[in-house]
Design a protein around this ligand. Structure first.
Ligand SMILES: [Ca+2]
Ligand SMILES: [Ca+2]
Ligand SMILES: [Ca+2]
Length: 436
């Protein structure tokens, strides 16, 4: 009864509730031992319980330690047990994406990245807890819809028939099968280098054996061409996404699309959003927000204080705007990236970022344009741990709750302290963990 004596001693000295690790163990029964012997033995000791058989061929069982027993002491006891050939902790296994270029995506997994693999333990994106597909709008120059690492995540309007010149689903947009072209007012989304790169950061297909991984392995990417030229074109681009979302909310998720964030990697440098010359921007961002859409926006690619110098959209005061600056592999703000303690919300990796580019290719780019889709992707990922009921009945409150969690879970970064609202950069693991 070696175990019985040891257990008595341990009961006296080893009660501990703090910093608890897993108390589940995998044990291998010796060929000479029987599981009912082990079970009886454990019952007598009162410290372990056999949960289930894992492999009859190998003689492996899952054993749970008493809640008052800490992991280290439990291991000592089990290693001492004469019935067992070996024991190990039932370690947590994380999804490991098969994407061949993942090792070069420092922004996802290096020391100064966003802790994406840890977040992927909880979710890799796709749909809400109730199964509604989560979508994001990418307002940009267009996108290579056929790219091998994007094609599986391109949103499809199931109710629209392509190329018949009819608005089959009656949403006001003819032949909008995979998004919209606000330049030409049609459903033909052009291929575009910048837009394809941005889209891949949000949601290149993960774990598909190809290319890179997005922040989301799965997500509905809705490309809307319309980011350069006139403000009026951008407004039309936003309006398309707003229309999809309003329809989703009005039909309880039956039609339209669950657009939760819009990526805006463009802007008007040094524009004073909150002054009288630019009223349309906050009006649009507020309306999008009331319908549960956060607008994630890239700030100026220059070392300027946006609070003083102005920027559209990142200095716009709508509470539904999330303004992003660019951080590097060394964990500092990129030298040419805007800041502002009231305007700029947080930083995210935006320097030498590898992503999809047209023609089944991959390439690196630097800019706030690359930092912003990390955050857009994060917001989409967050909605995959929320319930559709909450999202549909309280869209604006949910959006603000998500923003609060996003800014409240950043990794503090010294040079962003006092120069951004949050004082840090995106931490995907903590963000998702807080909302679960
Ligand atoms: Ca339509
Ligand atoms: Ca049609
Ligand atoms: Ca991939």
């Amino acid at each position: 009864m070696r175990i019985g004596r040891t257990v008595t001693l341990l009961l006296i000295i080893l009660y501990s509730f703090s910093g608890r690790a897993s108390n589940d163990f995998i044990v291998k029964l010796k060929a000479s031992a029987k599981v009912n012997q082990l079970d009886a033995h454990f019952k007598a000791g009162g410290m372990f319980k056999v949960q289930e058989m894992l492999s009859g061929s190998l003689g492996l069982f899952l054993v749970r330690g008493h809640m008052l027993l800490d992991q280290k002491s439990a291991l000592v006891l089990l290693k001492d047990d004469e019935n067992l050939a070996y024991v190990q902790v039932d370690h947590k296994v994380s999804p490991r994406a098969s994407d061949p270029l993942l090792a070069r995506q420092w922004g996802l997994s290096s020391t100064y990245g966003v802790n994406a693999p840890q977040a992927w333990q909880y979710t890799t994106g796709g749909q809400t807890l109730d199964g509604n597909p989560v979508a994001v709008g990418i307002v940009d120059g267009g996108m290579d819809l056929a790219h091998e690492d994007l094609v599986g995540n391109v949103w499809t309007n199931q109710s629209e028939v392509a190329g018949n010149h009819i608005d089959d689903d009656g949403n006001g947009f003819v032949d909008d099968v995979n998004g919209w072209n606000a330049y030409d007012d049609n459903g033909e989304v052009p291929s575009h280098y910048h837009g394809t790169h941005v889209a891949g950061i949000v949601g290149a297909q993960g774990n598909n054996g190809k290319g890179v991984s997005g922040v989301n392995w799965n997500v509905g990417l809705i490309p809307v061409a319309g980011s350069s030229g006139q403000t009026s074109v951008v407004i039309k681009a936003y309006d398309y996404l707003l229309t999809l979302k309003k329809r989703f909310l009005a039909t309880g998720g039956e039609q339209g699309a669950l657009v939760v964030a819009i990526n805006s990697s463009f802007g008007i440098d040094y524009a004073k959003c909150d002054q009288n010359d630019y009223p349309v921007w906050n009006d649009m961002f507020d309306t999008l927000g009331e319908n549960g859409i956060l607008s994630i926006a890239a700030t100026i690619n220059d070392d300027v204080n946006v609070d003083e110098d102005g920027d559209v959209p990142t200095a716009c005061s709508s509470p539904y705007v999330v303004a992003v600056t660019n951080t590097t592999v060394d964990g500092v703000k990129y030298r040419r990236a805007g800041y502002g303690s009231t305007s700029i919300d947080l930083g995210a990796p935006g320097t030498s970022i590898l992503s999809t580019v047209p023609g089944n290719n991959y390439g690196e780019a630097t800019g706030t344009s690359m930092a912003t889709p990390q955050v857009t992707g994060a917001v989409a990922l967050a909605y995959s741990v929320l319930s559709s009921d909450q999202i549909i009945t309280r869209p604006s409150e949910t959006a603000l709750l998500v923003k609060e969690a996003l800014l409240g879970t950043v990794t503090p970064q010294e040079d962003l302290n006092g120069r951004t609202v949050s004082g840090g950069r995106l931490n995907l693991e903590k963000f998702i963990s807080r909302l679960r």
